[in-house]
Design a protein around this ligand. Structure first.
Ligand SMILES: [Ca+2]
Ligand SMILES: [Ca+2]
Length: 264
């Protein structure tokens, strides 16, 4: 019984398959057979269309697209490799020995020679001026002047009271004589002798303290040539000093008119 049923079922399924095949269009069947026989695997479209698999195989690469916009500036690159010289890292060598001195220049020598010539010329002019000055000094001091060291004494050739004699010398830029050595006193003595107008005035007085003679700046004497018994302040009114023809000093009244000699 069951065998009979199964045989019947197989027969019905076979019959059903034949009916399905017969109901499909003839062109569709032919195309399917043709495509499968001529392009088995290369035509992907055919395979996709006809294959029951849902995810198809990758397609061919497409054509390159257009060039895109310029990109942003990239980050700085890493430092390059060390250069050749640094890589060698050769230590610094010692200084070389000094070279031989070059030939002497002649510019400095020319300057020195020019300066020497100028110096010799100035020295010649100085000697000439000194000679001219000494000659002029001799003439000026003859016969009523004397030079002693840095001092010059010269007579005015006339007599005056003490105060007027002081004024005469001051107006000439000098003062009455203040002999501070034997040489200076001797020069004054010569002038008194040459003028032959009697004794001459000296600058010292005892105005400020009787019997205590000083220079005009009130400093005490450093040299003196008083005659015997002088100063005696005769009659109590002798406060000035005269130098006689023998070079001795004597205190006298300041109102006496004596030879004016100035010290410069
Ligand atoms: Ca006196
Ligand atoms: Ca006297």
């Amino acid at each position: 019984m069951s065998f009979l049923f199964l045989s019947t079922l197989k027969a019905m399924l076979l019959l059903l398959s034949v009916l399905v095949l017969l109901t499909q269009p003839p062109r569709s069947r032919g195309a399917e057979v043709k495509s499968l026989s001529k392009k088995p695997l290369i035509d992907n479209c055919t395979l996709v269309m006809c294959s029951p698999v849902e995810i198809g195989l990758p397609g061919r690469d497409g054509r390159d697209g257009k060039e895109g916009p310029r990109g942003a500036k990239g980050d700085p690159g890493s430092p390059g490799a060390k250069g050749r010289i640094e890589m060698l890292d050769v230590p610094k060598g010692d200084n070389g020995s000094a070279g031989e001195p070059g030939p002497k220049g002649d510019s400095g020598l020319r300057d020195m020679a020019a300066l020497r010539q100028q110096l010799e010329a100035l020295q010649g002019q100085l000697r000439s001026l000194q000679g001219a000055f000494l000659q002029y000094k001799k003439v000026e001091l003859f016969p009523n002047g004397r030079g002693v060291g840095q001092k010059i004494f010269k007579t005015a050739g006339f007599v005056k009271p003490f105060q007027e004699a002081e004024q005469v010398c001051a107006q000439a830029g000098g003062q009455l004589p203040s002999p501070r050595s034997e040489a200076e006193n001797h020069a004054l003595q010569q002038l008194v002798e040459i003028e032959n107008k009697g004794p001459g005035y000296l600058s010292m007085t005892d105005f400020w303290k009787e019997g205590w003679f000083t220079y005009p700046d009130r400093k005490p004497l450093v040299y003196s040539k008083w005659g015997p018994g002088e100063p005696n302040n005769s009659k109590g009114r002798e406060d000035c000093v005269e130098i006689k023809t023998n070079g001795k000093w004597n205190d006298v009244p300041c109102g006496e008119k004596l030879l004016v000699i100035c010290e410069f």
